[in-house]
Design a protein around this ligand. Structure first.
Ligand SMILES: C[S@@+](CC[C@H](N)C(=O)[O-])C[C@H]1O[C@@H](n2cnc3c(N)ncnc32)[C@H](O)[C@@H]1O
Length: 322
């Protein structure tokens, strides 16, 4: 679902409440997207504050930067807006980038996955609802497209991919269908692939979920190395949280970190990392359970259905001193 900016941010009020940025702090939005969360998180920062925007997609990054600057200037008294810095990068490398800039963040948000404007753009090939080239890269400079994967992987590799990253019980049937369809020539468009998948699975009673959904998810995750990037971000948070002292870290000693995930493969990783940091006394968690969307939000934004927000606050020194 999209608004004038092309994307409706999920759990917006919950992010502001739990991440609670205050005047003079540095907020790092690891997934700037269309700037919705960044704007809401930067309103309290004031002229001594700083907003760092990161995105793999240069178009979204530029949009978010322009939007935040424009809207803060319109809303605020002149001279009261924070410094805004845009960084075109993966959040996998954000700790290194901040260290090299000599900046520590007080608040970090990662809102995983893709934005509605990216899904709605047929040319990106992310959605089986729109016909377009089978590409799926969030960063057009990424080395491999979805078409290259689909047309080069063996049947066994495809089955493993669809099973592990799509969690689809029809993985083997779909892999077989893809390999058979390839005999007539490469699969190059989203509609071609979706039709091959639909024809490969047994017809059951209508479930409301397109049979192509999970395979598209699996391929997108692999093309963009989504889980590898999340693992690297979580490892950077864990390293910063478990340090004894802080001469060159990228997070302040009481930083808050929030991650919004949209499926179990992501949430499991966040839950495991945050859980072990809590057990070791390196962070405190904002709530035992993840925060999910209210009934009112769900009415307006069905995309929020699967969103889970987990927030921790660093307690640097506390765990290490035990
Ligand atoms: C769900 S959207 C974020 C929406 C944003 N919170 C807003 O309010 O508009 C996810 C964004 O993260 C970006 N992205 C995905 N993986 C990334 C990564 N590894 N590093 C940086 N940005 C990434 C996508 O390009 C997309 O713009």
């Amino acid at each position: 679902m999209s608004d004038a900016a092309g994307h409706v941010p999920v759990l917006l009020h919950e992010c502001v409440r739990l991440l609670a940025p205050s005047a003079g702090q540095t907020v790092l939005d690891c997934t700037a997207g269309r700037g919705g969360h960044a704007l809401a998180l930067s309103r309290t920062l004031g002229p001594r504050g700083r907003l760092l925007l990161v995105d793999l997609d240069a178009g979204n990054l530029a949009f978010a930067e322009a939007r935040v600057k424009r809207e803060l200037a319109t809303e605020g008294v002149e001279g009261s807006v924070p410094q805004v810095i845009a960084i075109h990068a993966s959040f996998a490398e954000v700790s290194r980038r901040l260290k090299s800039m000599g900046i520590q963040a007080d608040v970090v948000l990662a809102d995983l996955g893709f934005a509605s404007n990216q899904m709605d753009d047929a040319a990106r090939g992310l959605s089986f609802m729109r016909d377009g080239p089978l590409d799926m890269r969030l960063n057009p400079a990424a080395p491999i497209t979805a078409a290259e994967l689909v047309n080069s992987m063996s049947e066994r590799e495809l089955a493993e991919l669809i099973d592990e990253l799509g969690e689809d019980s029809n993985a083997r049937r779909i892999a077989r269908g893809i390999v058979k369809a390839r005999e007539a020539g490469p699969i190059t468009t989203t509609h071609e692939l979706a039709n091959v998948i639909r024809a490969s699975v047994p017809k059951g009673p209508p479930s409301g979920i397109d049979p192509a959904t999970k395979t598209f998810q699996a391929i997108r995750i692999m093309v963009n190395d989504e889980l590898g990037s999340l693992d690297r971000l979580l490892a950077s948070v864990a390293r910063a949280a478990s340090r004894r002292e802080e001469p060159d870290g990228w997070l302040t000693s009481t930083a808050r970190v929030g991650i919004i995930s949209f499926h179990s493969l992501e949430d499991r990783r966040v839950k495991t990392t945050f859980g072990s940091l809590v057990r070791d006394g390196h962070v405190s968690a904002e709530g035992e359970q993840p925060t999910t969307a209210s009934a009112i939000e769900l009415e307006h934004n069905p995309r929020a259905r699967s969103a889970k927000l987990r927030v921790v606050r660093l307690l640097v020194g506390a765990g290490a001193a035990r």
